[in-house]
Design a protein around this ligand. Structure first.
Ligand SMILES: Nc1ncnc2c1ncn2[C@@H]1O[C@H](COP(=O)(O)OP(=O)(O)OP(=O)(O)O)[C@@H](O)[C@H]1O
Ligand SMILES: O=P(O)(O)OC[C@@]1(O)O[C@H](CO)[C@@H](O)[C@@H]1O
Length: 303
């Protein structure tokens, strides 16, 4: 079974404006809201791809109830731990470019952490655990590593999609997959990475540091894949960018869904990139048929 963990879920409030003037009243021309948070997005995409999964995490208040309700309508199994504060609202602002304003999120206390660990204790060999998104400020930055420590030698494959401070401590636990984007990769090594060529040595380093599979996503410039056998580059399909929110999560879900079907890392990487682009080219998340349509436009090169 696949489990996702979203420690800090959100309602993503998408707003489109013709123009935005600081210090004035600005009127929205188009708006939408969606349940969000990286783990929840992975759950929603997995569900669309026919991969059963259960979403764990902390949710609270009227915003949390909206998330719970929406996921229930989509037949996604959830086992969230209620917290006292309201789940955050993240603003996704589109004027010409996309700007994101992500909230802090509610406080999580010791008892709520204990409850999460108890649920994770139920995982067994063959399960996959996806740890995605930021760790709230009330939890220690090495929280994902603490989860990995608790699950070590249980045969649970762990996937982590998070920024430097949350991700680096997990590497010694040999996560099955990590997916930094180009900027996050640079941040991990104190470098500015501007091209696939510049990213290659650092992607290889992440494998040396413990990751079994690494995808470095680079938006419209495609993605890189690293493991002990392969260093691959995938071009991204061309199309009109409608929404990049969740594109990275679609890469994670696409890789996982395809890998669990065929255990072929190269094929799963290709599917993952098509999934990311299918989401980027649509207002919502990708579906299986949308991914299939783009697959032949994803060209893989062995580096
Ligand atoms: N403009 C684009 N054109 C084509 N494909 C895109 C574009 N933007 C994103 N993608 C696809 O989505 C994948 C992930 O994008 P990106 O690298 O922006 O992830 P991310 O930064 O983790 O995204 P997010 O955090 O917004 O979900 C890319 O590898 C690519 O396949
Ligand atoms: O603040 P975090 O946890 O790093 O990211 C949260 C978030 O930006 O990531 C998702 C897209 O990947 C959105 O649904 C959500 O708003």
């Amino acid at each position: 079974m696949i489990y996702t963990v979203t420690l800090n879920p959100s309602i993503d409030y998408f707003v489109e404006l013709e123009r935005f003037t600081v210090g004035k009243t600005n009127r929205i021309s188009r708006e939408a809201k969606q349940p969000g948070g990286k783990g929840i997005n992975v759950s929603r995409v997995l569900q669309r791809l026919g991969a059963d999964n259960q979403a764990f995490g902390f949710i609270g208040g009227f915003t949390g109830a909206y998330i719970q309700d929406t996921l229930r309508k989509e037949n996604i199994s959830t086992d969230f731990i209620p917290v006292a504060g309201d789940t955050r609202i993240n603003i996704k602002l589109r004027v010409d470019k996309e700007t994101e304003i992500n909230g802090l999120g509610p406080k999580v206390d010791e008892e709520e952490i204990r409850l999460l660990f108890t649920k994770l204790d139920g995982l067994a060999a063959g399960d996959v655990l996806v740890l995605s998104g930021s760790v709230p400020g009330s939890l220690p930055a090495d929280f994902y590593a603490r989860i990995a420590e608790r699950l070590k030698e249980r045969g649970v494959r762990i996937i982590v999609d998070a920024t430097r401070d949350f991700l680096l401590p997990v590497l010694p636990y040999q996560p099955f997959l990590i997916k930094p984007n180009q900027d996050e990769l640079g941040e991990m090594f104190g470098k500015t990475i501007q091209s696939a060529e510049e990213a290659v040595p650092y992607g290889k380093k992440l494998v040396d540091m413990g990751a079994e599979n690494v995808i470095v996503s680079m938006g419209g410039a495609g993605a890189l894949f690293f493991n002990r056998k392969h260093v691959l580059y995938a071009s991204a399909p061309k199309g009109e960018l409608k929404n990049s929110v969740g594109a990275g999560d679609s890469v994670v879900a696409g890789f996982l869904a395809a890998y669990l079907r065929e255990a072929d890392a190269k094929g799963a990487f290709r599917y993952a990139v098509a999934a990311g682009s299918a989401t980027a080219f649509s207002d919502g998340f990708c579906t299986g048929p949308m991914i299939d349509k783009l697959l032949e436009q994803v060209h893989i090169t062995q580096l």
